[in-house]
Design a protein around this ligand. Structure first.
Ligand SMILES: [Mn+2]
Length: 328
């Protein structure tokens, strides 16, 4: 079998463990509106560090629930924190400090601070930065960190957490960000005890009835521009109220627009309580989604990015369409 190319390299891996092995108390940080990658990667790393006798506490600025309750240990995000300081803080899958929300203040209480991430826009200050935009998921990086010296600590639960993170961030190993190593890592995780079928069924197939209703409402109003090259959907407060859903349930619905033949840029606009729109942008291979997001102070990946824009619907839509047209 072909050996998996290290995405990280020995020097950085050693630097990471020289920080982590010395730490007794560790804080792990996940990003706002958490997904399977940030939570699965953090919970996997937490499980391993706890096996080594460390006190590990998990921070996320948004509630962790919904589909993420499939991830073993998810309750620990809501557990009361016992430490006033940490030897080490690690931001997992957070493209910038803003993604840590109010939890960013806790990083001040960490004697050392590291980041493990795959967002190309990452420019956070830290003692150790492991940022690899070629990784399709932060889980690939966590796996590589563990695969050498800590492999014995990857039990079936840790393998399931990393496999879940990998599947959710790679669209079930289907995005252009997926490499042959992504599949190799997936295969290794199955060898280590991850069961793939329940992960695919849970994260990629199953839908709650109310989320199904939300999806139908919003997709039925989809608008197309530029001869069908740009597709836009919008979630308003009354959509959430009528279907008893929240912003968290919008996840992935924009992909139905991206998958329409001819669409090069799919945009999802989701109304928030503070008079803004949370915008998700999905693109095909020719268009840089992270550039569009960066125009509005957001960021992300080449084919998937996001930002927040204040204003009313028509005004925000106009500004977005102008930028999108310029990118076609
Ligand atoms: Mn990720």
């Amino acid at each position: 079998m072909t050996k998996i190319e290290s995405l990280i390299g020995k020097t950085k891996t050693d630097a990471f463990w020289s920080l982590a092995d010395r730490a007794h108390t560790v804080a792990l940080f996940c990003h706002v509106n958490p997904d399977g990658d940030t939570c699965g990667s953090a919970l996997a790393l937490a499980a391993v560090l706890r096996k080594e006798g460390k006190i590990v506490e998990l921070y996320c600025p948004s509630p962790v629930g919904g589909k993420l309750t499939f991830l073993d240990g998810w309750e620990s995000f809501g557990a009361p924190k016992t430490q006033s300081r940490y030897d080490l803080g690690i931001a997992i899958d957070c493209g910038d400090t803003g993604r840590m929300g109010e939890c960013a203040a806790v990083t001040e209480k960490c004697d050392k601070f590291a980041i493990v991430d795959h967002h190309k826009t990452n420019n956070m200050a830290c003692d150790l930065s492991i940022v690899r935009p070629t990784a399709c998921a932060t889980a690939e990086l966590v796996f590589m960190l563990l695969s050498d010296s800590k492999r014995d600590l990857i039990d079936p639960v840790v393998a399931k957490l990393l496999f879940s993170a990998l599947v959710t961030d790679s669209g079930g190993f289907s995005f252009s960000s997926v490499s042959a190593d992504t599949y190799r890592i997936g295969a290794e995780l199955i060898d280590l005890g991850a069961k793939q079928a329940p992960v695919f069924a849970h994260f990629l197939k199953s839908t709650d009835r109310n989320v199904f209703e939300l999806r139908n409402r919003v997709l039925s109003r989809a608008r197309f521009f530029e001869g069908g090259k740009i597709g836009v959907i919008a979630f308003f407060a009354d959509d959430f109220a009528a279907t008893q859903t929240t912003e968290r349930d919008t996840d992935g619905i924009v992909n139905f627009v991206r998958d329409v033949n001819g669409v090069k840029i799919a945009v999802s606009m989701s109304q928030t309580d503070d008079g803004k729109f949370k915008v998700s942008i999905r693109t095909d291979d020719d268009v840089d989604a992270s550039f569009i997001a960066s125009v509005f102070n957001g960021g992300g990946h080449f084919n998937a990015a996001g930002c927040r824009i204040p204003g009313d619907y028509e005004e925000v839509l106009d500004r977005l369409l102008k930028t999108c047209r310029d990118c076609l």
